[in-house]
Design a protein around this ligand. Structure first.
Ligand SMILES: [Zn+2]
Length: 161
């Protein structure tokens, strides 16, 4: 096992796993590292597929359990499915909007200043201690919009959403 001391965001996730009483195996550390180093919003299956190259014995159940533990502690967010019936995970828990493309299932982040004000307002009005925010917009990404309009140009009967 490499003598690598996790830092920053990765450290945050590793400490969450420790708090949950999970053993810090090289596999679990690799999952944390993967989460903080990707701009994508991977599914458990995607993480499993990539990390299996380095950890052939890694099971999908381990990936899934590790992710769900992090979610239950509020260390990462589970972004509901992106139209593909899969849970996507997001290690960025600062206030931002997730834009989901319902056609290609890509998810991107849009940072949003105003969201922290929303959070404060929600807390003030409800008396809740807000632990995190999740805001998802659904739509068609620019690439998929182009594909849609090309389809229409070529005269195929388009299906109204
Ligand atoms: Zn798209």
């Amino acid at each position: 096992m490499a003598a690598f001391a996790p830092q920053g965001e990765e450290k945050r996730l590793v400490e969450a796993l420790q708090k949950a009483g999970l053993r810090l195996t090289p596999q679990r550390l690799a999952i944390c590292r993967y989460l903080v180093n990707t701009d994508e919003h991977p599914t458990a299956q995607e993480i499993h597929r990539v990390l299996k190259e380095d950890f052939p014995s890694l099971s999908l159940a381990t990936v899934y359990n590790t992710l769900e533990t992090l979610v239950s502690l509020g260390a990462i967010h589970a972004v509901g499915d992106a139209g593909d019936d899969r849970v996507h995970y997001d290690a960025d828990i600062t206030p931002h909007i997730n834009l989901v493309c319902i056609r290609c299932h890509r998810i991107i982040d849009v940072p949003h200043e105003a969201l922290s004000h929303l959070e404060e307002e929600a807390a003030a009005r409800s008396g809740y201690r807000i632990l995190g925010a999740r805001l998802v917009y659904y739509g068609l990404c620019p690439a998929c919009q182009r594909l849609e309009s090309e389809k229409e140009k070529h005269g195929s009967t388009s299906v109204a959403a």
